[in-house]
Design a protein around this ligand. Structure first.
Ligand code: TYD
Length: 205
């Protein structure tokens, strides 16, 4: 059995984590071995990055540069690819990853970094077989994540989310493995659409 590498992408609140779990269950129920993973990773490295990003990338009281942030995400990814993703694919597992390379392209590009540079520093990372981009209007995403953010950060967040969504849609034009799925529907309908896509694109069903 051949391993497949499937990635979920989308802005915050688009439902990636829920859909990644549901797809993992669907594969397991159909007799496949699955590795469900995410970025930033659950390793000590990933936890550090998550902390830096979620706490506003503060080191010693000052903000770290967006370049440094991009390189930290890339370093976490390098470890993830080499030690977790590629070994699982070699064992024939289905690897489902909640955020990957494409998050760096969409978010760090939205921070104002050069897209070509981002592609270059991530060039060690193999492209996925299928990227499911859960697309959602910003107003809907904000409704879903409102409870998660503090008020003073909210306006900055709206602008960032808007840019990130735009970037993802531009990336979908550039990377043929990216498929856009409407994330407005209810959880079950989105899941069914994801399964249809996977069957059609990867399993030849
Ligand atoms: P996420 O896993 O969505 O956070 P949580 O599960 O804690 O809600 O990722 C944290 C943030 O990191 C998210 O806003 C997107 C951002 N991010 C990047 O900017 N670049 C990257 O390469 C990755 C993987 C994530």
């Amino acid at each position: 059995m051949k391993g497949y590498f499937i990635v979920f992408e989308g802005i915050d609140g688009s439902g990636k984590t829920t859909q990644a779990k549901l797809l993992a269950k669907w594969f397991r129920d159909n007799g496949y071995e699955v590795l469900l993973t995410k970025e930033p990773t659950d390793t000590e490295f990933g936890k550090l990055i998550r902390k830096l990003v979620l706490e506003g990338s503060i080191i010693d009281g000052s903000r770290i540069s967006y370049e440094a942030e991009a390189l930290l995400f890339a370093a976490d990814r390098a470890e993830h690819v080499k030690k977790i993703i590629l070994p699982a694919l070699r064992e024939g597992k289905i690897v489902i990853c909640d955020r990957y390379l494409y998050s760096s392209l969409a978010y760090q590009w939205a921070r104002g970094l050069d897209l070509e540079w981002l592609i270059k520093v991530n060039s060690f990372a193999p492209r996925a077989d299928l990227v499911i981009l859960l697309d959602l209007p910003i107003t809907k995403s904000l409704e879903r994540i409102r409870g998660r953010v503090i008020k003073t950060e909210f306006d900055k967040l709206v602008e960032l989310q808007r840019k990130v969504r735009e970037n993802y849609l531009k990336l979908a034009e550039m990377f043929p493995e990216i498929r856009v799925v409407d994330a407005m529907a209810n959880i079950e309908d989105v899941h069914n659409n994801v399964v249809t896509l996977v069957k059609h694109e990867l399993l030849g069903l």
